[in-house]
Ligand binder design. Sequence first.
Ligand code: UT7
Length: 331
Amino acid sequence: MKITAAITAVAGFVPEDVLTNEDLVKMVPTTAEWIETRTGIKERRILKGEGLGTSDMCVKAIEMLLKKRGISPLEIDMIIVGTVTPDFVFPSTSNVICDKVGATNAWGYDLSAACSGFVFGLVTGSQFIETGKYKKVIVVGADKMSSILDYTDRSTCIIFGDGAGAVLLEPNTEGYGVLDSILGVDGSGRKYLHQKAGGSVKPPTHQTIDAKEHFVYQDGQPVFKRAVVGMADVSAAIMQKNNLTSEDVNWLVPHQANKRIIDVTAERMGVPPEKVMLNIQRYGNTTAGTIPLCLWDYESQLKKGDNLIISTFGAGFTWGAIYIKWAYNGK
Ligand code: UT7
């Protein structure tokens, strides 16, 4: 009997503090209208409070996940965290989370794939279920983007927000769960979207701080162009590979980077807007957080047997699509 990895619970956390487009107008030369028409974003959440990091948002999401599923943290085998804003360079955010939630029987690690972090993590976590090795794997996508944003740079600070989403993976023998995936990377795209300093190539110094090299650097246009093509291509490819027509697809779950990228992807797949999960207007781009936060927001509308196409494109470049047969009724 083939074992597949089914998502059996979803949870999320976004911080209370809201940063609206109107707030940003007071900080950088922009307009609320420019931001909304160019990106689809109206507001985003910001994690405030000294000593709070990505792990704290993950802990909130995981605690909700465990409660929803009615299980103890001791049952968790593994926690994989997709993030580019780990609490520390080391140890991993997963380590910190295992301690904070009391998952003392679990192990895990962080996975660095920027906006594709959750998708890469979901595929990776699924393998541990499919082999029969583990029974309960948590995959988290989370970023505290506000910790690496320059709030004087209008081209980046308007896009991103903070948030975390988590899913629980369990074995299924009835054909539900993660059924297929296509993943890719192209490291030659790194120059368009990255953090210049703080790594081993350019360790932090006073000079790197003064030059603001610890913030997100993005050349928006080339990233946009590649993302539009990349996300639409990989989404169409996974449909074709699995003989899925647009009617077969119940939900597109796209990375929320820019509504215009999402629209092009949906159009290419022939999926109408009512089947496209969208929350960019409320949370902005939470990097690895966007996809699980969409699942969390739309969970009550999902039905057992729904065909979901998850799709992403991000820094690296990294991209991917996953075909999932949803395993439970959301209500
Ligand atoms: O999630 C990870 C992957 N990231 C992405 O997928 C992001 C992809 N890129 C984008 O979403 C878009 O490129 C942005 C939203 C970042 C920018 O939108 P755009 O339509 O590509 O704008 P642009 O960079 O081509 O800039 C157009 C104009 C420029 O002015 P000039 O040179 O035409 O006079 C910019 O200086 O818009 C200006 N601009 C702004 N104006 C008002 C840039 N940012 C702003 C702003 N407010 N916040």
